[in-house]
Design a protein around this ligand. Sequence first.
Ligand SMILES: O=C(O)CCC(=O)C(=O)O
Ligand SMILES: [Fe+2]
Length: 342
Amino acid sequence: MEVFLSTRSDLKSVPDCYVLPPDKRPKQHDAPVGQAIPVIDIQNIVDPDDRAEIVQQIVKACQEFGLFQVVNHGVPGKLMDDAMSVLIDFFTKTPAEYKAQFITDARDKSCVLYTSNLIYDDHEEGIRYWRDCFIHHCYPLEDHIKNWPEDPPKYQEVIGPYSVGVRKFLMTILDLLCEGLGLEPGYFAGDHSKTQLLSVNHHIPCPDPSLTLGHAEHSDPNLIAALHQCDVPGLQTCKDGQWIGVQPIPHAFVIIPGVQFKPISNGMFSSPRHRVVANTKKHRTTLGSFLVPTDDSLTEPSKALINESNPQRYKPFTMGEFMAGWRGRLEEDVGLQRFVIE
Ligand SMILES: O=C(O)CCC(=O)C(=O)O
Ligand SMILES: [Fe+2]
């Protein structure tokens, strides 16, 4: 456990092993947390006129920013607060000896606790980021809940309904995206979204955020994510070469479409490049719920978007083929290059 950041409280300076090479350090690490990222209220999606308007807002947000926030999404605020406190307690109160059982290099384990680049971030040998992470499967719930922590004692009782609620909400967002992209309702309901992961990031206060990053610059290689931030800013997204802070809004989810949406939209959307900057004063915890296609799930452009003036720009490919070339890249266009129709 000694390598885990969340067990350290005595750091007066950034240990050398976390200092990024100069070209990877965050210029603009204190980019203002702006109001620019669209915040979309989906309360009235049952009303056909409002629904059409919401679909338009989502399409516009995906085209302009790549991501957006959603409020009035149906996941109860109290459940979100309880989930956040259970996971903060997991990182800050659960004894290190108990958590040690989840530390493993085996990626197929149902729950994995790791830090920095020790696993998963192995794209950049030797580079460490300022975070600890706990990740586990969530769907179907009955297959996985028994493997989840029993400390904090409310873990399963709270994270069970939370993961079910977030999945339902993400399926709603996927249906709205289907409408925006001309795909039939339920298009994403099968293999495209079968795997659900909860990935929890925990960052301790950092003596000098100009030297390190809480999370590398990246695009997400999955279908879609709903990110639940605590009240401490840190997430930034890149638009037109500028980093913009994604402001924490109580009880909102940040929707981050993954790289798969670029080919599905035939290049109309780009998945947002994002990163997390460290904070000098506060702990920051975020809960990311990811829907990931199965290895044999097929990604291909929506046929409704293809015509003579907008020819098909990507060949169909499976998630397995995509991931085989993704590891170590973290950049949308590099990862998709093999599938571009010249
Ligand atoms: O913690 C955050 O704000 C972002 C996390 C993230 O980008 C990820 O887990 O892929
Ligand atoms: Fe991400």
